[in-house]
Design a protein around this ligand. Structure first.
Ligand SMILES: [Zn+2]
Length: 66
């Protein structure tokens, strides 16, 4: 329920549309995230589904990955 229009076709560093996966870890079971669709040469891009987390949490997670 937001008036802010966010592109659902955001691309990773390869210029590909990230694929959606479902987390199977105990701490994040069932969470959706997007990941680089390039299996052979992944750029390392991944991001939690925006609907699951606030921007602040997403940024914190991304920083942990770096
Ligand atoms: Zn990529």
């Amino acid at each position: 329920m937001s008036d802010i229009s966010v592109s659902s076709l955001r691309t990773c560093h390869c210029g590909l549309v990230p694929r959606q996966f479902t987390s199977k870890t105990l701490s994040n079971s069932g969470r959706h995230f997007h990941k680089c669709a390039n299996r052979d040469k992944s750029c390392g891009y991944w991001k939690w589904d925006d609907k699951d987390f606030s921007d602040g949490v997403v940024i914190a997670i991304n920083q942990l990955q770096l």
